[in-house]
Ligand binder design. Structure first.
Ligand SMILES: Cc1ncc(COP(=O)(O)O)c(C=O)c1O
Length: 392
């Protein structure tokens, strides 16, 4: 559809074309030099010891779960507001999933939600828990680490919203460095901070986990090294795995995009600040995303919370009204317990905050090529609709 403002969009730079071209002309367009280059530059950026490319963020999550040996009847905790990949991958491995409530403004699980989930379900053994930095702000990194230590469990950061986000504990760390987690997973879907078309990455500082990630990325296969004088043709299959490899064409794009990440985040931050400024008169009907002083968000999303009790319209109507003004918005996310597949998790008196978040949250458009004029126009349209819909 023409002239419709999407809620997110990739940015492809001119220099990206020449890098992908080089990959196309190289001898190996899979398992080649660009895979190594992208992984190496990702580790340099995040300061993680190991970075492993794969075919999507979902594949990254599946690999992370396989590397820790998640199996049937293992207990795993997942925030109730999340992209569905974590729950689906854990379900396919036969794990017992426990959903935790979230903060009603950020949509993120808090340490208290995690502890409540452990207590309520009387969990003695917890194989792992996911954290997800909904929108990009990396809250409670150290607090989650303390819970991990207390319960002798594993943290997987579903960091798909948080590439380039930073937290400050003694010094600045980037999400993905796994200083305070076991594994972090990323997506390079077109709407993410950087894109490879489709693609993903897992980072870790643990060699044993990294060795397993490599095996599961490639059919469950172990292959010896070929040296100058010894061609190692044989291979062993040690477990059933997928083909989750990312081609050199995608990796060349990722390698090139990563060079521009600061510029990309800078622009997203600018847009978020502009929305804050343009929409501030909507307070207290609308709440805005908060980033505390010691944190930096990569602004994957700009999520506002609207108190619909003060309006004559509900969220569905607002979304359609904005759409008729050619503005696309989105909801991140429909809580997992509201999905038909996971409806057994639904309970009337549970997940109060997740339900409130879902009722009120709305993601406004944010992407590199969104200019100030358009942001101001989106803000103006939203203000008009909200002012017209107020109870008198
Ligand atoms: C939080 C989160 N987890 C996982 C994924 C899955 O990533 P992909 O779409 O690359 O499989 C996404 C992407 O939408 C995501 O936002």
């Amino acid at each position: 559809m023409k002239n419709i403002i999407p809620y997110g969009k990739q940015k492809i730079f001119i220099s990206d074309f020449s890098e992908v071209n080089k990959a196309l002309k190289s001898n190996f367009i899979t398992n080649g030099e660009y895979v190594k280059k992208f992984e190496k530059s990702f580790s340099k950026y995040t300061k993680a010891k190991y970075s492993l490319t794969c075919s999507s963020g979902t594949a990254a999550i599946d690999l992370a779960l396989k590397s820790i040996g998640l199996k049937k009847n293992d207990n795993i905790i997942i925030p109730s507001v999340n992209f569905i990949a974590a729950a689906n991958m854990a379900k396919l491995l036969g794990a017992n999933i426990f959903l935790a409530d979230v903060d009603r403004l950020s949509g993120q699980m808090r340490p208290s939600d995690l502890l409540n989930c452990i207590k309520f379900n009387r969990l003695k053994k917890i194989k792992a828990f996911f954290v997800m930095y909904n929108g990009g702000c990396p809250n409670f990194v150290k607090e989650f680490y303390n819970i991990k230590k207390k319960f002798k469990t594993i943290i997987i950061e579903d960091a798909c919203h948080a590439l380039g986000s930073k937290y400050s504990i003694k010094k600045n760390f980037k999400i993905g460095n796994c200083k305070f987690s076991d594994l972090a997973t990323f997506s390079f879907h077109p709407l993410k901070t950087i894109t490879t078309g489709e693609g993903g990455m897992v980072t870790t500082n643990n060699k044993i986990l990294n060795d397993k990630l490599k095996i599961y990325r490639n059919h469950g296969m172990i292959r010896g090294k070929t040296t100058k004088y010894n061609y190692n043709w044989a291979y062993k299959i040690v477990d059933a795995g997928h083909n989750y490899r990312l081609s050199d064409l995608n990796c060349a794009l990722g390698y090139s995009q990563l060079k521009k990440i600061n510029q990309i985040i800078q622009k997203r931050k600018y847009i978020a600040n502009l929305y804050n400024e343009e929409l501030k008169e909507l307070k207290p009907i609308v709440d805005f995303p908060k980033v505390s002083k010691d944190l930096e968000s990569a602004w994957h999303l700009y999520v506002i919370n609207i108190n619909f009790k003060k309006l004559k319209i509900n969220k569905k109507t607002l979304i359609q009204k904005l759409f008729r003004n050619r503005i696309t918005t989105q909801v991140h996310y429909i809580p997992t317990f509201n999905q038909p597949l996971y409806k057994s998790f639904y309970q009337k008196n549970k997940f109060k905050n997740a339900k409130a978040y879902y009722e009120n949250c709305l993601s406004l458009p944010i992407y590199y090529d969104l200019n100030s004029k358009t942001v101001k126009n989106i803000a103006k349209k939203l203000k008009n609709i909200i002012h017209q819909s107020k109870h008198i």
